[in-house]
Design a protein around this ligand. Structure first.
Ligand code: PMP
Length: 401
């Protein structure tokens, strides 16, 4: 069996800890931890505001992080806004762009496979503006299909809110085609990339995405840092959401002006250490390469699926996940009962609705267990997981479930 040479970089992996919760947050390599520590230990200075060496170096590192993100997704520097995470990024679009551009009678087109962070901000916009939230019909297994999308879009559609990859099923949307068609109707596309950026090569220009959001912590980086990519001409039309230090240009007693993007969207002290950590995370991904990460994870995923598909006593909801998410239930066992069995065995899965209730409604289930294969998982992890699932089936059967 293939040796995993990445595992040594992840200090969290020890004592037979089997981590399958990467869709919730990824593990962090030592290089990311070191980058964050280095800033805190050596610099701990605020950015953009001091002439002293530590402040200048912190500013350089923070802005280098922006350059790194921009080149990673093929954007311009001024199109990369640092935020707290995907949720903050998507709320920023809905409130800054949505509330100022959506009008009564407009349609916001989305689907039932969205994460709550993607869809709830638009509930508010539609309610406040008298617009309609409309849902693309998903396929029975929960995919967004191109034909269904074409049927749903019309001239009233102003915004399409869509995941690049679903966080429950791991299916990738036909994003490029969707964006092309949306633009033909004059609609903008807001992409939730939280589950894609760590698995797929993302080129926002090739996709022609209008907005693309993701979180650092799911791509080996620290918590507390995320990105909103927006097309320059759109960001230029948008007003800031937060007002305060560092975003203003000139302040008079009776008013103020603000800086250009991205600075107008970054009021107050930003997550400096976290941005620097995100840069280290991207460097790690670039060195490991998304291609190799994908190829290894895919092999391991198929190894797992061969076992899962032959186990009697589980309901498996996705079979060809694009990002190696596997979602299931032990038949007739509530996911919150099942999860404690795995937790006791030091196996990290997740139970519940994964902040995506509507896809559970669509699948006709209350909740589910979710796991993800990522490149620091091993064949042994998978063997232990499969064994634990078999034991769990037996255990709950004996309890009378
Ligand atoms: N969208 C998707 C698809 C996600 O998986 C997540 C994370 N669960 C989010 C949005 C929200 O990300 P964050 O909690 O980092 O803001």
């Amino acid at each position: 069996m293939e040796q995993n040479h990445w595992i040594k970089d992840f200090p969290q992996i020890k004592d037979n800890y089997r981590f399958f919760d990467s869709a919730a947050t990824s593990l962090k390599p030592q290089s990311v931890i070191d980058a964050v520590n280095d800033y805190n230990q050596r610099l701990s200075a605020n950015i953009h505001r001091g002439m002293y060496q530590q402040s200048q170096e912190a500013t350089e590192l923070y802005e280098e992080a922006r350059v790194k993100v921009a080149s990673f997704i093929n954007a311009l520097e001024e199109e990369v806004i640092f935020t707290r995470g995907t949720t903050a990024s998507l709320n920023l679009v809905a409130r800054s762009y949505g509330l100022n551009h959506i009008k009564e009678g407009d349609v916001i087109l989305t689907n039932m496979a969205e994460h709550h962070s993607s869809i709830l901000p638009w509930f508010n916009v539609s309610k406040e503006k008298g617009a309609t939230l409309k849902y693309i019909t998903l396929s029975p297994e929960g995919k967004v299909g191109l034909e269904a999308f074409k049927e749903a879009i019309n001239d009233n559609t102003k915004i399409v809110v869509i995941h690049h990859v679903s966080n429950v099923l791991g299916y990738a949307s036909p994003l490029k085609e969707i964006i092309k068609i949306a633009h033909e109707y004059g609609a903008l596309v807001v992409v939730d990339g939280a589950q894609a950026i760590q698995h797929l090569k993302v080129d926002v220009k090739a996709l022609d995405a209008d907005f693309y959001a993701f979180s650092g912590h799911k791509m080996l980086g620290p918590t507390g840092i995320g990105v909103l990519y927006g097309k320059k001409q759109l960001l230029n039309q948008m007003t800031p959401l937060e007002f305060g230090g560092d975003m203003s240009l000139d302040v008079e007693k009776d008013g103020f002006s603000w800086k250009e993007s991205p600075f107008k969207f970054e009021a107050g002290t930003m997550p400096i250490a976290e941005a620097i950590g995100l840069k280290a995370a991207i460097e790690y991904l670039e060195k490991a390469t998304i291609d190799k990460i994908h190829t290894y994870s895919e092999k391991l995923y198929h190894y797992l699926m061969t076992s899962l598909e032959s186990i009697q006593g589980i309901d498996l909801y996705n079979h060809q996940s694009d990002t190696f998410i596997f979602t299931f239930n032990l038949t007739d066992v509530p996911s919150h009962d099942a999860i404690s069995f795995f937790a006791e065995k030091n196996i990290a899965l997740r139970a519940g609705q994964h902040c995506a209730k509507l896809i559970h409604d669509h699948l006709g289930i209350h909740s589910s267990l979710r796991g993800t294969i990522y490149f620091y998982n091993t064949y042994e992890d998978v063997d232990q997981l499969v064994l634990a699932i078999k034991e769990a089936i037996q255990y709950f059967k004996e309890l009378g479930f």
